[in-house]
Ligand binder design. Sequence first.
Ligand code: NAD
Length: 346
Amino acid sequence: MAKKLRIGVVGLGIGRHHIKGYREHESADVVAICDIDQDRLNAAGKESGISKKYRDIEKMLAKEKLDVVSICTPNVSHAPLTIQALEAGCHVLCEKPMAMNTEEAELMCRKAGEKKRRLMIDFSFRFSPMSQALKAQVDSGILGEIYFARTVWHRRAGVPGRDWFHEKAMSGGGPLIDLGVHRIDLALWLMGYPEPKTVLGSSYDYLARPMARQQGKYYDCEDMATGFVQFANGQSMAIEASWMAMRPENEFMVTRLYGTKGGLVQRNLDATYNFEAMLFTSEGDFCFEKKLAVAQKPVPSAMAHFIDCIIKDIPHDADGSQGVKVMKILDGIYRSAETGKAVEFK
Ligand SMILES: NC(=O)c1ccc[n+]([C@@H]2O[C@H](COP(=O)([O-])OP(=O)(O)OC[C@H]3O[C@@H](n4cnc5c(N)ncnc54)[C@H](O)[C@@H]3O)[C@@H](O)[C@H]2O)c1
């Protein structure tokens, strides 16, 4: 068996899920965990049985000779901690959103290139049997040329409980950067990751800000954002994301693709993230609707995928350059919402 890779996980909220994800792979050994919050560190140590616990990433990097680090902290620290881990010679799996803005995201990619280390972004919605089956269908050409996508995540009332999520200086934004990021990645991935050219966006805070004020909480993000993207190859995409909106379902996710030979919809059925997918095609005068039946064969987690690709020395999915394209769209929508003008990328 190949040597086991030594892994450290930083930030122990969703980071606890990373520990489990790595443990799917026989060549992964999560040897150390890190969190500035001692209670979380102790709880995660107890839960996982990992005894090497750090409150400072610098000390962990200096002592543990790690091969791979997961960055699972609030968005504001994704870029600095990723760069610190890359500098220390580690491959990095960074949580979404990749960074606070495009400049930071590009810097992370440059550093990974300079250090010849890998950088993956945890676009976790790809790593499900249904998403993988959809990708296989789309790549087989069933939709023909895809020209338009609509990708959406709305909540009736779902502002995250942790305060940093709605403090722009910590998060970079609200539901767009938190939820929209997943739906944008899913659509872009199915579309073949085209290059964004023009972005137009709007954002609103009519519902969540007054509610936060009533509760004595700080809130300076949008509660809904909408965007429209034109890509260099002529494809286009509409985006909607909200934490609060006057609508029936508390969680509503949908991604639709329109192609020259067929269409596709993937949507959630309930708040537990069960999804269904349908394909629409036509032959002669007949229209067909096919429900995608996905074999419930498990697919590797993002973490197991990353380890597998490192061990086998093959390219991994969701690399930093794709993260940069997502960041351009997020940034573009926020900048356009502020100025009322479209943002053009060279
Ligand atoms: N891919 C997904 O599906 C998914 C799901 C949830 C969260 N996320 C992302 O993961 C990140 C964390 O989200 P969360 O829900 O776990 O947040 P959280 O607030 O629950 O956890 C973050 C943890 O990071 C720790 N931390 C903060 N700064 C640190 C530092 N400098 N060094 C070490 N630890 C530090 C905090 O003490 C906290 O325990 C966010 O970027 C979020 O967008 C992704």
